[in-house]
Design a protein around this ligand. Structure first.
Ligand code: FAD
Length: 128
């Protein structure tokens, strides 16, 4: 989402606040201003800049499983990291895998399983 759209979304969100919660316990219902789901580093930067420009606050959630409520902040923009889920590089020899911050175990395990027995491969970092 481009920055102007983020600002519009932030303004609209005053009337369309969203309730978010832990996926399992449902013990931490929190009304956030809006939820953004960036799919790239640039999208994440847009969210941070928009929050700065509107004087808003940010919180970050992944799987929303922690059950402590720490992933939510009332009235803030919730950055949902679930689309930042790419494997960026894999060095089999060194045993190192470089991933985006929103990746979850099933995708990572699938990647490692799929590369088993093959030559090490890596994917270039996304550009946009
Ligand atoms: C019933 C239960 C059982 C559990 N069992 C286990 C277990 O067996 N093993 C284990 O290791 N853990 C376990 N946990 C802990 C839980 O799995 C961890 O807290 C896990 O890290 C939550 O990940 P999440 O993606 O759901 O994070 P969220 O709940 O979305 O967020 C947790 C914290 O991480 C921050 N965060 C989330 N995503 C990002 C990001 N991309 N960048 C920066 N900060 C981020 C949030 O702001 C928040 O502070 C358990 C928890 C519960 C409630």
């Amino acid at each position: 989402m481009v920055r102007a759209e983020m600002l519009d979304a932030s303004r609209r969100s005053r009337d369309t606040a969203t309730i978010v919660n832990d996926v399992h316990s449902q013990l931490n219902a929190t009304r956030v201003a809006n939820v953004v789901r960036p799919a790239s580093l640039d999208g994440l930067i847009d969210a941070v800049v928009a929050a700065r420009d509107t004087g808003g606050h940010l919180s970050v959630a992944g799987g929303r499983h922690a059950m402590g409520g720490q992933q939510f902040a009332a009235g803030a923009t919730l950055v949902d990291a679930s689309r930042l889920d790419r494997v960026l590089a894999f060095d089999r020899g060194a045993g190192l895998v470089d991933v985006e911050a929103g990746i979850q175990w099933p995708r990572l395990v699938r990647f490692l399983h799929d590369t088993r027995g093959r030559s090490p491969r890596s994917r270039p970092a996304p550009t946009a």
